[in-house]
Design a protein around this ligand. Sequence first.
Ligand code: FAD
Length: 519
Amino acid sequence: MDRNELIQKLESSDEWDVIIIGGGATGLGAAVESASRNYKTLLLEQADFAKGTSSRSTKLVHGGVRYLQQGNISLVREALHERGLLFHNAPHLVRNQSFIVPSYKWWEGPFYGVGLKLYDLLAGKLGLGPSKKLSREETLKRLPTIETEGLRGGVIYYDGQFDDARLAINLAESVYDQGGTPINYMKVTDLLQSGGKVKGVKVVDVEADREYQIRSKTVINATGIFADNILNMTDHEEHSTVVLSQGIHLVLDKEFLPGDSAIMVPSTDDGRVLFAIPWYDKVLIGTTDTPVDEPTLEPHALEKEINFILKHAARYLTKDPKREDVKSVFAGLRPLAKPDDAKDTASVSRDHSITVDESGLITVTGGKWTTYRKMGEDTIRKAAELAGLENKNSITENLVIHGGQNYNHTEGVLKYYGSDAAHIKKLIEEQSDWGEKLHERLPYIKAQVIWAVRNEMARTVEDFLARRTRALLLDAKASVEMVPEVARLMAMELNKDAKWHKNQVEAYREVAQNYILDC
Ligand code: FAD
């Protein structure tokens, strides 16, 4: 995937069948659906793919045990079906994760045991393993650092875990493989309209500071938390269709939760779900549900959220995590479809909503990563109907995502690239120092930088450290120490000068501050 080549394609095209604004899970899902139906598809992302909410999730491909508690059976069934499909179509990025719900009260074991049996049942043939009750000893064996005081036992169940940003990159590559045109750093600034109908978009190439007017038979607004900004462009009125809810995660060293199982606490003091999940070689703990007013690409974790997570983690872990133990903190904003009468953001449905306004603009909001494919299918069906595109059946249920290939554990850090791992190994054969690690505390190697620039459209140091790899989320301080070398390799590949190198180093250091906790 080469950005210059894609810009050339954009410049030489007259009219598109489908333009999608937004390169997060929702937009990418719609773009794969559209391109795989052979519709002429353009996806425009203002920053990097998955720079928004889609790189900041809890990394679960799940039915959502919480939604079961809320009684939303159809959402859980649909999500469990999609979970099963993702296991088949992106086996290099999704893995089976065991979760244990610890019980400290007599009723918790039977109560969650029955609920999780229903979860198994809803997954049907696509289930990942049967849930079962665990004795106190079995629970301790799987969770050696769980708080022992008052522990009675637990219930084990299985769900999917994935790398959200890497899936986004592989989806962008799938769009490209299917003949579509996904371009990052392209900001839509206005809509082209004629006779009250949307006919295309005005877009600025942020890198070249160049504007384009692009015509399309249909335009899809998949901008998540920014959906209202695009809607405002249709009639210059203030729209309010999404509510924002912030969720944060803290990342700790694996010693806080050794072993393979995750902890799932179904109800904290204020009724939230809390997860502690092994992720790469670290532990991810979250999350929160805090209403927020303004959308931003770089949300900031609040002190009260950090304290909430630390306090609850301490309640369930033998070793209490302190601020200085936090390797990274990251915040994301949920774009929830605005309900008419929700009391708080935690009770707002995670269902997706597709609307078409008078101008013909299609807006898709809500949903979750797990259901991105179904959201894309529903959206493109609607778009095809509106634009009078040839009616075609969806093939995405069985479409293998770029790189899709079972883990080969001998590949080490490259196993998450699936079939692309072989190409990265060739780079190391060409130049052996590209096999060297970039930092002693993280597994990443120089060849990944070269690959990310040449094939994954990484344009900035942050693209590489935050989303092509997950250095920023796994160890923010280590990622800062990697910057000069990553910038040097990128500058060489992109043919950039010393000024670019300096700017990149400064820009990254500023962003990384948002992920490092003051002690
Ligand atoms: P985004 O990822 O925000 O994408 C929208 C994109 O539009 C952005 O990249 C933005 O830059 C772009 N954009 C905006 N304006 C413009 C413009 N003018 N021109 C061009 N581009 C523009 N789901 C799960 O399934 N499992 C989980 O474990 C899970 N955990 C979560 C935990 C948290 C804390 C949060 C916040 C969410 C979680 N979710 C989870 C939900 C999931 O992450 C989101 O539903 C999903 O990522 C939303 O994707 P999106 O594409 O709609 O939004």
